[in-house]
Design a protein around this ligand. Sequence first.
Ligand code: PEP
Ligand code: MG
Length: 613
Amino acid sequence: MTARERAPSSPTRDRRASIVPPMPGQRVVMRGIAASPGIATGRAVVVDRRRSHVPRRHIGAPEVEREAERLRAAAMASEADLKLIQTRLLEDASGEHSSILDAHLLIVRDEMLLGGARRLIRDELINAEWALKRTVERIKELFDRNSDDYFRERRSDVDFVGDRILRHLTGDRATLSVDRQSIVVAHDLSPADTATLSRQPVIGLVLDVGSRTSHTAIMARALELPAVVATGDATAMIAADDFVIVDGLRGEVVVSPTDEEIERADDKGRRYVSFSRGLLGRRDEPATTLDGERLTLRANLELPAEAAIAVDHGADGVGLYRTEFLFIDRDEPPGEDEQAQLYADVLRVVAPREVTMRTFDLGGDKFATAIRTPRTLRRSLGLRGIRLALAHSDLLRTQLIAILRAATEVPQCRLRVMFPMVASIKELDAAKAVFAEARAVVERRGLAPPEVPLGVMIEVPSAAIMAPQLGTRCDFFSVGTNDLVQYTLAIDRINEEMAHLSSPLDPAVLRMLAMTLDAARAVDIPCAVCGEAAADPTCVPVLVGLGARELSMHPAAIPLVREVVRRLDARRAREVAYQCLLSSSSDEAEEIVRSAFGAELADVFGGMDEIES
Ligand code: PEP
Ligand code: MG
């Protein structure tokens, strides 16, 4: 389809002006989250995977066994589907992202889901479909209490798996299928549905809901499918066969664009493809600045399954493994054996590269039902991070024992352990004492764990201020800019309405960073940066300029950050960082960076608008 074959467009309409769907051919611009980069232009296929019909029926006691058996069979059939999709994904997307479906395979076997539904069949005498639906809703309610992206994503995972089992129960097995080159527009898609798109002529994806970190977004990136998510109402605004531009770089969707817009979009898409191929092709090159400063780029992990993704993106190891996600969404904390096995898996996949495990960082926005803490104490300024762990030192000890056991199981591993949200020397000393106890327990069992460097996360101002002293009592620092920004600027990190005020380029935050990096240099210990700032191309020159040589970020960001580093002159970055420290606001600091590196990083800063063909 060429630009000239389209019907002429009528005047532009902003989607926010009205919820009434546009007239055919009316130009509409929608904004969402840029979830997977690239540009697609083509006709829309609108799919609705939202609702499967749920038959509800009371049953007699003699039917309980039969309903439980139907449920079991549907779960097994769903498991078989997921395994098949995973195998196909291994063939289509060079394998690494198939691990995303591991989460769904775990859910399909999970006792919380199936056991819960079985109990409802038996206790309330209702049919399998109804029992399953109610159990899914109950689990989703637990996730709803949290506004973190991670929980929203787990909520969708449970929904997707529940829906798949339900389709088996009801016999509604229609798979998503697209028969001509199209842009898929949907309310939401499961990662499994997205994976099935890889064998179909789909060129782009637009969703009503979702987030940058949703597994569907990760899958879209794996399949190199340009995607915009969280558009709000794309399924209401876009009709089948509408011509659409999906700009996965800007997070913009244009419905019924003009001919010139289509030509510009196609041109931008071609430039992006050649740029990104170049980046991934260079993933084995060192992250070395023009003047020879070598950086280490590591990955942040939330789930063990992401370790393989990190390695695939050329990570020099794992700089932050957020172990707390093992503690969330369960009634009892994970036991020592379970933890030891999962940690050993991660160490094995990443070895011989280094893995930095952070002890569980709960409280604030990360809430675990397994750890019973009064709501009033769980807040950002309450019992969280190491403070919470020390209040439950038995759990911390068990975790450290599991970590040390894992390290003995994987002799080729390189392991570091760090403590989150340390706010005082007393807390560090207490955490180290628990580590020593854990080590003694492991040694008493006849094991000989390796020496493990112990680090402190610098993410509250008191830790940055006390860095010179903390640095003499630990082996490394890792700066968590997400929380450091929150606590330095007094801006709640999960409040979307405050987000525009929050920036790691704020000179107050930069001064905290500079103090920490200087303190680490003075006592000759490494200092990494592992918050989101490490993945932000505008912040990277400043971090390099302040002296950071280890950055850790979500795996997908590594190729781009490597590229940014390779185009920088570290001496020039130092001058620019100094100017930023003296600036009066984050806006001014950002302007300083953009004008200083506007020539070298024009394509990165300009979102491909500046890149040459
Ligand atoms: C941070 O605060 O920057 C950090 C890396 O920790 P988390 O985002 O897990 O709180
Ligand atoms: Mg933090």
